[in-house]
Design a protein around this ligand. Sequence first.
Ligand code: LR7
Ligand code: MN
Length: 540
Amino acid sequence: MRRIRANAIAILTVAWILGTFYYLWQDSKPQSAAASSSSSASQTRRGHGQKAAVPGRLEIIHRDDRTIPLIVSLGSFDEKSYLSAKQLKPGDDPYREHAFNLQESDRLGGERAIRDTRHYRCAALNYDADLPSTSIIITFHNEARSTLLRTIKSVLMRSPPSLIQEIILIDDFSSDPEDCQLLTQIPKVRCLRNGRREGLIRSRVRGASSASASILTFLDSHCEVNADWLQPMIQRVKEDHTRVVSPIIDVISLDNFAYLAASADLRGGFDWSLHFKWEQIPIEQKMARNDPTQPIRTPVIAGGIFVMDKSWFNHLGQYDTHMDIWGGENFELSFRVWMCGGSLEILPCSRVGHVFRKRHPYDFPEGNALTYIKNTRRAAEVWMDEYKQYYYSARPSAQGKAFGSITDRLTLRRKLNCKPFRWYMENVYPELRVPEQEAVSSVLKQGGLCLETRGTDGLGLAECRGIGGSRPQSQVRILPLGGDSGSHKLSLLKWKPKGPALQHMVSGLCLDSQTPTGPLVISQCRPQMASQSWEPQIIT
Ligand code: LR7
Ligand code: MN
């Protein structure tokens, strides 16, 4: 009996020891394929304890038919000393210099794994095997070394090497030339340094002019590109060189540098002060989207991260190089692309993270406000035709501010035979409401008849045409709003409801049809009369 018990204990002990060994062995084994398919490709690649890149070494893993570098060759570049040369001193405010938490960024170092934030169906898409290569263009002014290096390394780590022709850095007169210069020890990285501060617009033009690939890819200097970010964009541009495409821009927290997925239902929009904003895709388009991998048409792009055919970029006039430092160039480019025969889209299967900040960490030699006004005024004056009046109403301080000569850009617009802004409003961004349009965006019904703005005067406003003020029997006409006369007419265009009638606020008279086929008039308000009774019906 005692013997049997001793034997049982011995067997259990051996089993326990074997079990422990098996457990430890399992734990040190690489992640199984099943486990990694639900995590990101980048995480899988980084999940095996390869902490930092080994200079001079390049490993390739094979995924389907694509090859993505597992460890990036950094050539003779010494990452450790590059990063440690600029350290935050104890007691320094980590936000002061870059408007993000530098301590957190530095702690992450030159690379890290990020979550693959794409829709799961994106991973199954295939791209041409012979996609053309691209020149990556990154302009920066006093960027933190850790964010800049992560931008570059993420590109090298998460792009098929054959697609990266070169990475062109434009150092926009940063205080330390070595920030840029040292990075040229990394294979494919080139550095152009401006002799004076130019701003991001002229810097990008300089970078684009020296690019050797047929496709241009622009990035901000504090990005991290995600798995397979590049192929969808190059594919779309290869299929149609007039497309200008951008990724979904994920958010890298400025506080803790967490990588957060952005909504896939957004597109670029703006208000009349030319303030960029993300907005929901219009509901009809959203309902019609049954494939979440399909491109999203966008009225404007955020500006910093996009892919464009180089000949198309040059053909369309690159950028307006009289714009300074920061701001407005994304509107100018977006209007130009749409109005001159191209299109803009966001590709949901391409994701790039960007550190969004709350303030500019750098100075504007002419001041932030004046620079933004100058740049947006140029965009409005060249591209917005009669609609520029809404820009001036929304931004009255822009009036009278200097914006330089726009002759060259107007000549360009004529030479390219671009469509009017009205076309853009009607076909690309009909959701952008013209101020005071509410009254005319609905049909006024009376009996079985409708009062409607005319087709091409769709943006026209009803107005009383009075001789010496508005008198009874003055005819009501719908006038196109435009040219210089537009703004003062607006003050005459105020109507308010009076029961079922519409009262003209200036004259106090009411809209009256009198005879069903005759011209509309204004007359003494008698809201109970059928000829003055209007029923608004919103057009959808
Ligand atoms: O004088 C300068 N010289 C530069 O080289 C000023 C800036 N820069 C560099 C800068 O280092 C950075 O790499 O230009 C790039 C953009 O400047 P940011 O990062 O300060 O600008 P932002 O991210 O706030 O600005 C967005 O709008 C800008 C309008 O001019 C540009 O189009 C930016 O590229 C654009 N960024 C993005 O679209 C990323 C997504 C953000 C959004 C929305
Ligand atoms: Mn930025």
